[in-house]
Design a protein around this ligand. Structure first.
Ligand code: TMP
Ligand code: ASP
Length: 238
């Protein structure tokens, strides 16, 4: 990888390195895959390149819609140059169609279209298994952000959902659900961080509902690599 500075953070799917500019970091996207809070581990060949490339396309799309993201550029296939943010320890999940933990928690069938997009918050804390939070947990108990800031996060998340939904229709993909993470820039402005990729989105083929995301790895469905490649191909062609 280019320009490798001090390692600032290593997560399950990415390593973040500093650069000579304190406001800029490099994210190196790994091929390592984990699920169920790293109980399941594996590798998905070329996943780093797919996730960096898909994220690049989607961050550019969001920038064109006037949405601030941390993306600067993609200096190598599996590497992004990013604005350094003070990350907010929330996983913000948006759901358009019931799947995954929503179905498990409430006993509703997978595939049920939700009347309106549903926004959920999870506390980003591996040792606690990322528990779900309501607004009061976020603002009063953990004091992660204030109420107006939480509203701002929700509004921005729904705007991103709308933009991504429209784009994925062009890819013949249903955006079932996805997870976002935000941070504050040096001026305390809210900025979208992390990645947007088949690792953190559920994407089903519109025509036959074929699963084309990380659920293929989570649930041992096979064809994991080819599904990631298929998503990248469609995203780059749309
Ligand atoms: P869930 O149904 O397991 O709660 O997942 C909802 C969405 O969030 C799905 O698109 C996968 C994504 N996600 C992550 O990106 N990271 C995680 O740790 C989890 C649990 C889900
Ligand atoms: N990335 C998470 C983990 O490793 C969960 C997931 O994506 O399913 O546990």
């Amino acid at each position: 990888m280019s320009n490798k500075g001090e390692k600032l953070y290593e997560g399950k799917a990415k390593v973040i390195y500093g650069t000579e500019d304190p406001g800029i970091v490099h994210a190196y996207f790994k091929d390592d895959a984990t699920a169920f809070n790293a109980l399941k581990k594996g590798t998905i060949a070329h996943k780093g390149t797919v996730n960096a490339t898909v994220s690049t396309r989607l961050f550019r799309l969001l920038a064109a819609e006037g949405i601030r993201t941390h993306f600067i550029d993609q200096p190598a296939p599996n590497e992004l140059r990013l604005e350094r943010l003070e990350m907010i320890p929330l996983e913000v999940v948006v759901r358009n169609i019931a799947a995954g933990s929503l179905c498990k928690r409430y006993g509703i069938p997978a595939g049920q279209v939700l009347e309106e997009p549903l926004v959920e918050f999870f506390y980003k804390a591996d040792d606690l298994q990322d528990p779900m939070l309501n607004d009061d947990h976020v603002t009063q108990v953990l004091k992660i952000v204030t109420r107006p800031e939480l509203q701002q996060i929700k509004d921005l998340t729904l705007k991103i959902n709308q933009a991504l939904h429209v784009f994925f229709v062009r890819c013949n993909l249903r955006l079932v659900d996805f997870k976002l993470e935000y941070g504050w820039d040096a001026n305390k402005a809210l900025v979208l961080g992390d990645e947007i990729s088949p690792d953190n989105c559920r994407l089903w083929d519109v025509t036959d509902n074929r699963v084309l995301d990380k659920d293929r790895f989570r649930m041992d469905m096979g064809d994991v690599e080819s599904s990631y490649q298929e998503v990248m191909k469609r995203v780059l062609e749309a």
